[in-house]
Write a protein that binds this ligand. Structure first.
Ligand SMILES: [Zn+2]
Length: 65
């Protein structure tokens, strides 16, 4: 059998990572890169402007009708 390993590039540092059992953090090259990416994602979630204010306004305008 001639099985070619699948190589992916770490989204953080572009290091080539073999897609397989040896790379538990794939597609990242290491736990560090995985955590960096996850941290950035969480930051984006937190920076979304507050939506709860809008639902408050909805309840208030319904009262006026
Ligand atoms: Zn990396």
């Amino acid at each position: 059998m001639n099985k070619k390993p699948t190589i992916v590039k770490c989204p953080q540092c572009s290091t080539e990572v073999v897609w397989g059992e040896d790379s538990p953090f794939r597609p990242f090259c290491s736990k560090k890169c995985q955590l960096i990416d996850f941290g950035e994602w969480a930051d984006e979630e937190n920076s979304i402007p507050g939506a709860p204010d809008m639902s408050d306004a909805d309840g208030w305008s319904e009262d006026q009708y």
